[in-house]
Design a protein around this ligand. Structure first.
Ligand SMILES: NC(=O)c1ccc[n+]([C@@H]2O[C@H](COP(=O)([O-])OP(=O)(O)OC[C@H]3O[C@@H](n4cnc5c(N)ncnc54)[C@H](OP(=O)(O)O)[C@@H]3O)[C@@H](O)[C@H]2O)c1
Length: 294
């Protein structure tokens, strides 16, 4: 397959690129930067879709960048970097003389309302209560294509655990120093997935003709709380992990609205992902973390 991947230069994109290449696919990236094996968003918007069999979008400004203040300018960038890239790809697909077979967008479980009691699968309601849930609803709407000549898949991802990036990239140093621990109360759910499985679900969605619609991108054992996650990360590193990060510190660093992403969580189950036949490489948290910190 010839696969076009928007935002494929990042944390998840790098893992997906390697997996797709290992499975014999040809990959072209869409990036803001020119380079070998890449086209730019401007070129795509002007010249249309290059000849390809499948398209993925992973582009988006990093929401949990602690160096960026959560102000209007950054909120606009978080929104437009996702909506505009998704619209450019959806338009290019719908106007292509030969439409690709599959179109996969990765969004997030922030679609579902944080709760200590509710359990969400892909058919659960959401997308209508705070900045992030509304962002996911708009993002998924921007991807929707008329007709069904291209299979459309949305993977709602949990926190992606992998080497060299993502949320765990910020946590490793304090945890290695024995200064890690739960965030806030620690009671909030922590929906997670190993990066190999997120890339695996995207690749499966591209390759398997029967997959369409929403798939939750979380591990099947993803009913972990934040405190359990902290404990498991401490164990994987052979370090104590008792020092909590108080809510007030998280709010000071990230701003109240963004801090919700860390201080609250959802219990999410991948019902459709499992029903579609995807087989997880890292269904258990302990093994997933061992691989990440090895
Ligand atoms: N990591 C997670 O835990 C997680 C969880 C749920 C959902 N997601 C979603 O999955 C997608 C990929 O995540 P990731 O962790 O791989 O992200 P990432 O490492 O931050 O990279 C995403 C890519 O997006 C492009 N990008 C960054 N800022 C942009 C901007 N302002 N305008 C256009 N493009 C921009 C960059 O590509 P170029 O520099 O080449 O343009 C970057 O390599 C994101 O949409 C994210 O929201 C991630």
């Amino acid at each position: 397959m010839r696969v076009l991947v928007g935002g494929g230069t990042g944390f998840i994109g790098t893992a997906l690129f390697q997996l797709l290449r290992a499975r014999g696919h040809e990959v072209t990236l869409v990036s803001r930067q020119r380079g070998p094996g890449r086209i730019t968003w401007d070129a795509l918007a002007q010249s249309g879709l290059p000849s390809c069999d499948a398209v993925v979008n992973l582009a988006g400004a990093n929401i949990l960048n602690p160096l960026r203040r959560w102000n209007e300018a950054f909120q606009e960038e978080v929104l437009s970097s996702r909506l505009e890239t998704t619209k450019i790809l959806a338009k290019a697909i719908s106007e292509a003389p030969q439409r690709p077979q599959a179109w996969v967008l990765v969004t997030g479980v922030a679609y579902y309302r944080p709760s200590q009691t509710a359990e969400y699968d892909e058919d659960s309601p959401g997308g209508d209560f705070d900045f992030f849930s509304k962002l996911v609803a708009k993002w998924e709407a921007a991807a929707r294509l008329p007709g069904n000549s291209t299979r459309q898949v949305v993977v709602r991802s949990g926190v992606v655990l992998g080497r060299g990036g993502g949320a765990i990239g910020h946590m490793l140093l304090p945890f290695r120093l024995g200064l890690g621990g739960p965030i806030g109360s620690g009671h909030q759910f922590f929906p997670w997935i190993h990066i190999g499985d997120l890339a695996g679900i995207v690749a499966y969605a591209l390759e398997a003709d029967h997959v369409q619609g929403i798939l939750n991108g979380v591990a099947p054992a993803s009913t972990t709380t934040n405190a359990e996650f902290a404990q498991a990360l401490g164990t994987a590193l052979g370090r104590p992990a008792f020092i909590p990060l108080p809510s007030i510190v998280v709010q000071a660093i990230f701003g109240r609205e963004r801090a919700i992403m860390l201080l609250e969580g959802q219990k999410v189950v991948p019902r459709r992902t499992l029903a579609a036949g995807y087989q997880y490489s890292f269904p258990e948290l302990g093994a997933a973390l061992k691989e990440v910190v090895a």
